[in-house]
Ligand binder design. Structure first.
Ligand code: FES
Ligand code: FES
Length: 226
């Protein structure tokens, strides 16, 4: 008479197993699982379970103009610019400080707008790519980017331009970078490709237009110093 191998589940244990699977499936189909999902706080109440987060009315000075907006206190400067002021030149790439697409100038310093809250910038002088040109003519950097074909898709370009604008200011102030040969030689930093690449390293270009971006910036820096 054939015997059941010891590793093979008996008919009873198979029935018990199938029964437990059926019970789990039944729970999923019933309100049990949805009740568990529903127990998580809704995404739009900031996880507090106490309704939507508070809003705040603030005044931002952007490209020389005052803008009054009412935003949730958690809104980033990037989202405020794009979604509340309508300045969509500033791009959202990673939204976590890795790509530099959202670079803007705040009091002439470059920052990632995705990493800072709008409420922190009342009273600051904010400049976006829309504010780089003067009197309806493109800035020297913008013109150089065109001359050197320093972009392909253009998605990173607003951030690159804001970053490069700040770079020129840093050089004018004599601020050294990690690759400056002499960090004490304020005001006389030698500008070469390494210096520009280091200073622009926070701005990624997935099209790989780096050589042309560096050439455009080098040209403007050389003209500034002539
Ligand atoms: S979107 Fe801000 S660094 Fe990428
Ligand atoms: S030009 Fe396309 S990402 Fe830089």
């Amino acid at each position: 008479m054939p015997t059941t191998p010891s590793t093979f589940p008996s008919a009873v244990s198979r029935r018990a197993f199938l029964g437990s699977v059926a019970a789990t499936a039944g729970a999923a189909a019933s309100g049990l699982v949805s009740e568990t999902v529903g127990a998580h706080p809704a995404a739009d109440d900031a996880g507090t379970g106490k309704g939507p987060p508070p809003t705040i009315t603030l005044s931002l000075r952007i490209n020389g103009e005052k803008h009054s907006l009412t935003v949730e206190s958690r809104v980033t400067l990037l989202d405020a610019l794009r979604d509340h002021v309508g300045l969509v030149g500033t791009k959202k790439g990673c939204d976590r400080g890795q790509c530099g697409a959202c670079t803007v100038l705040v009091n002439d310093r470059r920052i990632n707008a995705c990493l800072t809250l709008a409420v922190m910038h009342e009273g600051d002088d904010i400049r976006t790519v829309e504010g780089l040109s003067n009197d309806a003519s493109l800035s020297p950097l913008q013109q150089a980017f065109i001359r050197h074909d320093a972009f392909q898709c253009g998605f990173c370009t607003p951030g690159q331009l804001c970053s490069a604008t700040a770079l020129i200011g840093e050089l004018q102030r004599g601020e050294p970078s990690h690759v400056s040969a002499n960090v004490r030689a304020a005001g006389s930093i030698a500008v070469n490709s390494d210096e520009i690449r280091e200073r622009m390293s926070g701005n990624l270009c997935r099209c790989g237009a780096y050589p042309n971006i560096v050439a455009a910036i080098a040209e403007v820096v050389a003209k500034e110093r002539a």
